[in-house]
Design a protein around this ligand. Structure first.
Ligand code: BEZ
Length: 225
């Protein structure tokens, strides 16, 4: 039998297309997600402790992501029935103030690892379980950010939301975001591409920007709260 060779998708690549059976019915990516940001994430297995805390957390934040025009899609190398049973069990659990947590976003059944392999989610850690991968995919179906965590380390979903907000800000205003940026913080103006622009940037005073040097200028953002 011919062995399929998968190339690991990288930032800037078109996200691989797929069709999948999920806990919310069949989905077709990217067709079903036109004009939306997508967070596609994998976890090693259903009914495992770290994954359970992650699902409770992400499901609780689902409305916050929806408000950012962002759809969530989960994946693990488990059957649809295992997914359904696990999501029903999650609804019964209480943890850190979260209870009655209903996972309304689709969780992909990927027993054959078709989708996991396309996204490089099966790594040296295990040949049958996905790593904790996160792909932030933009409305043009381009991969914009990738995170990989091993099985033992639960993800920080506030950071995933912060990174999404940073990408959306960068796209909207043509800026970059500094270390530990939070919404409302000053952003970074792209580095000048010529000596003339560098000189002008240092010599022109403006209330909207502050430069530490020609290559490091901040755009002052209006604080919203
Ligand atoms: C967990 O979610 O707790 C887990 C999953 C796979 C391997 C180790 C831990």
């Amino acid at each position: 039998m011919e062995e399929k060779i998968y190339k690991m998708p990288l930032i800037g690549d078109p996200a691989p297309a797929f069709e999948a059976v999920t806990t919310q019915g069949k989905i077709k990516f990217p067709e079903d997600y036109q004009g939306k940001w997508v967070i596609l994430f994998s976890h090693p297995a259903d009914f495992t402790p770290v994954c359970t805390t992650e699902f409770m957390t992400f499901a609780t934040m689902a409305d916050e992501f929806a408000a950012l025009n962002t759809e969530l899609i989960g994946l693990s190398v488990d059957s649809l029935y295992a997914h359904i049973a696990w999501l029903r069990k999650i609804q019964e659990l209480k943890w850190k103030g979260m209870k009655n947590v209903e996972v309304k976003f689709p969780l992909i059944e990927d027993i054959k690892m078709d989708v996991a392999n396309k996204f490089g989610m099966i790594q040296s850690q295990s040949s049958t379980q996905a790593v904790r991968a996160v792909f932030i995919i933009d409305p043009k179906a381009v991969i914009r950010l990738i995170l990989y965590y091993p099985a033992a380390v639960g993800r920080n979903f506030d950071e995933i939301k912060r990174a999404l907000l940073a990408l959306q800000k960068a796209d909207k205003d043509g800026v970059a975001t500094p270390a530990n940026w939070r919404p409302g913080d000053d952003t970074i103006i792209p580095t000048p591409g010529s000596c003339g622009v560098a000189k002008e940037r240092m010599e022109t005073k403006s209330e909207d920007k502050v430069c530490l040097d020609w290559f490091l200028c901040f755009k002052k953002e209006k604080k919203t709260n």
